[in-house]
Design a protein around this ligand. Structure first.
Ligand SMILES: [Ca+2]
Ligand SMILES: [Ca+2]
Ligand SMILES: [Ca+2]
Length: 230
């Protein structure tokens, strides 16, 4: 702490590094220049990280310059911690930022939970997937383990593996149910389309007109004439 002694024209000069690492205190005899009363406000006094008093630019001061306890080596609050002083002038008390009893965990300084109504943390959909409980059919997933069914197809929890060329689990009105891609539509994710093929509406990918063929079954039209789909 900065000190001053004005009893007999003696004044402590306090110089501090702006970084808060420490202070240099030296005594000098100064005549007739001692400010009176409130001229020496606390804003002008020294702050030193680790002295147990939060002041100046310190976000916290827990009485040490160790990290890993919520208040780091330069008196900045560490991620996933929060610090406060019980009363002004007291040392900072630091604790977890998030409420574990309420199911919260801290991720990159943000409190997340599996029941906060938000998609956060490693959840693949709102409050499910990842380290939360499995998602119901139709919800977003990244892998089978995110789904109650164990099947994730095209990023959606599905009732079955749904891995054939022209089936999808995210068709409008049928999310979560493996269904045929409508006839003549492409399914580029399964290499059906690109101007040479299309789905037949029954789960298979067939060649469109003028594509090479050997048999009619290869063609969307069902007809192969002269080596080309009709
Ligand atoms: Ca301090
Ligand atoms: Ca500390
Ligand atoms: Ca959540």
């Amino acid at each position: 702490m900065a000190r001053k002694h004005v009893g007999r024209d003696f004044f402590w000069i306090v110089a501090c590094a702006l970084t808060g690492y420490g202070c240099i205190v030296e005594g000098e005899f100064l005549e007739d220049i001692v400010p009176s009363g409130a001229d020496l406000g606390t804003s002008a006094l020294a702050s030193r990280c680790g002295d147990g008093v939060r002041q100046g630019r310190e976000a916290c001061d827990d009485g040490n310059t160790a990290a890993g306890d919520g208040c780091d080596t330069v008196c900045v609050v560490e991620p996933c911690w929060k610090c406060a002083e019980p009363v002004p002038g007291a040392r900072s008390a630091c604790g977890p930022q998030c409420d574990a009893a309420a199911g919260q965990s801290c991720l990159m300084g943000v409190c997340v939970s599996c029941k906060d109504g938000l998609r956060n943390g490693d959840e693949t959909d709102v409050d499910c997937g990842g380290s939360c409980g499995a998602c119901d059919q139709g919800h977003a997933c990244g892998a089978g383990g995110d789904c109650a069914t164990g099947f994730c197809s095209g990023g959606v929890c599905c009732n079955e593996a749904c891995g054939a060329a022209c089936v999808r689990c995210d068709l409008p009105g049928a999310a979560g149910i493996c269904a045929y891609v409508p006839e003549n539509e492409a399914h580029e994710d399964r290499a059906c389309g690109g101007g040479t093929s299309a789905c037949d509406g029954k789960g298979a990918c067939k060649s469109i007109a003028r594509q090479a063929c050997a048999m009619g079954i290869e063609c969307l039209s069902g007809r192969c004439l002269g080596g080309a789909c009709q």
